[in-house]
Unconditional design. Structure first.
Length: 117
């Protein structure tokens, strides 16, 4: 299932690069997940890695939001409790947060966000 999320996210990022080349430096993946050793996990946690952080940040301010967070899930995927907490924190901080399950949902969320720039 994780590979399906990865493929969805990679397709979306490639689409942004092709459709919005001037914006590609403003959007990036936050690598907070994945399997790792206990030592690596402890080191990354000490460096500030946090569980639940959304997958992608588009750091471009609009009049309403400080940026756009995207969380990629498969059609059957579910947010973890820590992801739900992060979503709430994003809203409190005046960021848009979108849970997307398909390529079309991701591109539509991005285009809607750009309408407010």
């Amino acid at each position: 299932m994780k590979r399906e999320e990865d493929r969805l996210q990679m397709a979306f990022m490639r689409w942004v690069q092709l459709q919005y080349p001037k914006l590609r430096d403003f959007i990036f993946h936050i690598p907070n997940g994945g399997k790792m050793s206990v030592i690596t996990g402890s080191r990354l946690k000490a460096m500030g890695v946090k569980s639940g952080v959304a997958d992608v940040l588009f750091m471009f301010k609009t009049p309403d939001f400080g940026g756009l967070w995207l969380e990629f899930k498969t059609p059957k995927g579910r947010q973890s409790d820590t992801q739900k907490v992060f979503e709430e924190l994003a809203h409190i901080a005046h960021y848009d947060y979108q849970l997307v399950r398909t390529f079309d949902e991701a591109t539509e969320a991005f285009k809607r966000y750009l309408e407010n720039v």
